[in-house]
Design a protein around this ligand. Structure first.
Ligand code: RP5
Length: 169
């Protein structure tokens, strides 16, 4: 079993990252999940520093009741792809930007998965959308959650309408 840094009861989504330095980006995914009331866990799992833990995490994830994994990493970011290779769960990859190359290295190493093992890659630093995508995945079998996604989309629409009104004031 893996040890969660902090977790809710019966987590449905695993938010993992290669280093605690990724938290500045990955916190957005956790925030979205909290906002939508989705129980989740947060864990540091490094592909190259803790390879055995990575394999165990991926292999045990489905049996522990997780429905999706959000994995963020920077640089040579093999964490999401490796996780996807040892679990049937959907894996959402978040390219974390580091000081060099503006995250392009992270993006390319996560998005360019060979056919057969998919990783749903969001934009560089796009942890918010990773959280929202996980919510949508859960919403496919949870109508109340899907309703909340629709309500959220309406809020965004309302915000644009408000901004337009302000522009014309
Ligand atoms: C990657 O190396 C991590 O995902 C992180 O983005 C990067 C740097 O890690 P630290 O040196 O900050 O621990 O594995």
């Amino acid at each position: 079993m893996t040890r969660a840094l902090h977790s809710s009861d019966a987590p449905l989504v695993g938010v993992v990252m290669g280093s605690d330095s990724d938290w500045r980006v990955m916190a957005d995914a956790s925030q979205v999940l909290s906002d939508f009331g989705v129980p989740h866990e947060v864990e540091i799992v490094s592909a190259h520093r803790t390879p055995d833990k990575l394999i165990a995490y991926g292999r045990e994830a489905r049996g522990r009741g997780l429905k999706a994994i959000i994995a963020g990493a920077g640089g040579a970011a093999h964490l999401p792809g490796m996780l996807a290779s040892v679990t049937a769960l959907p894996v959402i990859g978040v390219p974390v930007p580091l000081a060099t190359l503006d995250g392009l290295d992270s993006l390319l190493s996560i998005v360019q998965m060979p056919g057969g093992i998919p990783v749903a890659t969001v934009s560089i630093g796009g942890a918010k959308n990773a959280g929202l995508l996980a919510v949508r995945i859960l919403g496919a079998s949870d109508p109340r959650l899907a309703d909340r996604v629709e309500a959220y989309a309406r809020e965004l629409e309302d915000q644009v309408a408000q901004k337009n009104r302000r522009l014309k004031d």
